[in-house]
Design a protein around this ligand. Structure first.
Ligand code: PLP
Length: 385
């Protein structure tokens, strides 16, 4: 696939080829890991487009073009972690005196960044249940500059209507940012629904193999892309060339992985609904989920995450997460292997006592792509003792 005038259109084709022309020097079909920190210039300022490794790197450029294409974005920017990506976005969009609205069940790290890092610099914020645009309107102030949405949310798998929130944000002159980590661009494209900025923890499904920490920002317009790109270079939270290669390699199989994550998670959710040791299952694919209709409209599939409340409360939850054998007890999510965790004591411990605290009976599953029968049998034995 060569030449920028010949853009391949299918998602999987772009995942494998966008930004990844065969290497012009050697013909290598895979983008090389360019370790060079500096690039030769023919004359002062006359160069191939690369000068210094923090400012730009060919392996990083390939990743940035590819994921920007998948998100339907004008520009893509890769970062060293999801949090570095979030920090660059929020610093570009909100300064002292400005106000940010975040979800009342935001990812714990987003809550910590806003409340403990940005708030002391004078940025104001409030949290709202963004599944309702009335709640968003109620949280609005004259200083509101940014609305931050996650959908599905972590760990409650709440759903937010991206198009409806975009309308409210835009009629009032604010920017809409969507954390698309759980859905990935294969299942949901926020920019097509009206979002201005998409962020990812590429550590999760984009990388997909629990072997790289990374972040990504996709921006709908070039002007905003310039502002965030300025911070990427000025602050320097950039990923290494090897990390860029790992994410790019992961993205090639994103479509097939997400298809299998969706199939396995649907079957796990249905099995848990019928299990007497489970009080409630949270998964947007279930017709009983309050966000099911919106999710069915804005997503192509319901994703690989399933959360549930143990009927026996916190004690039962803590016991069962230690009993699984195929599901590994660990933080993080979005990789080929299945993981199980207890959000209140693990990923969301920092939200304890805050409005974002998590139900202690909650168990979160990142359903992997192993053989489905093995996953179902493992959960059944862990729940049935
Ligand atoms: C993990 C995660 C992040 C943070 O990303 P890191 O790569 O861990 O810095 C942000 N948002 C969501 C939804 C996440 O799951």
């Amino acid at each position: 696939m060569t030449g920028s005038d010949q853009q391949p259109s299918g998602f999987e084709t772009r995942a494998i080829h966008a930004g990844q022309d065969a290497d012009s020097a050697t013909g290598a079909v895979i983008v090389p890991i360019h370790l060079a920190t500096t690039f030769a210039q023919d004359a002062v300022g006359k160069h191939s487009g690369f000068e210094y490794g923090r400012s730009g790197n060919p392996t990083r450029s390939a990743l940035e073009s590819c994921v920007a294409s998948l998100e339907g974005a004008a520009r893509g920017l890769a970062f060293s972690s999801g949090m570095a990506a979030e920090d660059a976005v929020l610093r570009a969009l909100a300064g002292p005196g400005d106000h940010i609205v975040i979800p009342d069940d935001a990812y714990g790290g987003t809550f910590r960044l806003v409340s403990k890092v940005l708030a002391p610099t004078g940025v104001r914020w409030s949290s709202a249940a963004l599944a309702s645009t009335d709640a968003l309107r109620a949280a609005w102030t004259d200083a509101t500059k940014v609305v931050w949405v996650e959908t599905p949310t972590n760990p409650n798998l709440g759903i937010v209507d991206i198009a409806a929130v975009a309308e409210v944000a835009h009629e009032r002159g604010a920017v809409l940012v969507v954390d698309n980590t759980f859905a990935t661009p294969y299942l949901q494209r926020p920019i097509e629904l009206g979002a201005d900025v998409v962020v990812h923890s590429s550590t999760k499904y984009l990388g997909g193999h629990s072997d790289v920490v990374g972040g990504f920002v996709a921006v709908a317009d070039d002007e905003l892309g310039e502002r965030i790109g300025f911070l990427q270079n000025a602050v320097g939270g950039v990923p290494s060339p090897f990390d860029c290669y790992l994410v790019l390699r992961g993205v090639k199989t994103l479509g097939v992985r997400m298809d299998r994550h969706c199939v396995n998670a649907t079957a796990v959710a249905e099995m848990l609904v019928r299990h007497p040791a489970v009080a409630r299952v949270l998964h947007p694919g279930l017709a009983s989920h309050p966000g099911h209709d919106v999710a069915a409209r804005q997503m192509r599939g319901f994703g690989g995450m399933v959360s549930f409340l143990a009927a026996g409360g916190e004690e039962a939850a803590l016991e069962l997460v230690a009993r699984t054998k195929v599901f590994t007890l660990a933080e993080s999510l979005g990789a080929v292997e299945s993981l199980i965790e207890h959000p209140a004591r693990m990923t969301h411990a920092s939200a304890e006592g805050s409005p974002l605290a998590v139900d202690p009976a909650l168990v979160r599953l990142s359903v992997g792509i192993e053989t489905l029968d093995d996953l179902l049998a493992d959960l059944d034995q862990a729940l049935s003792r």
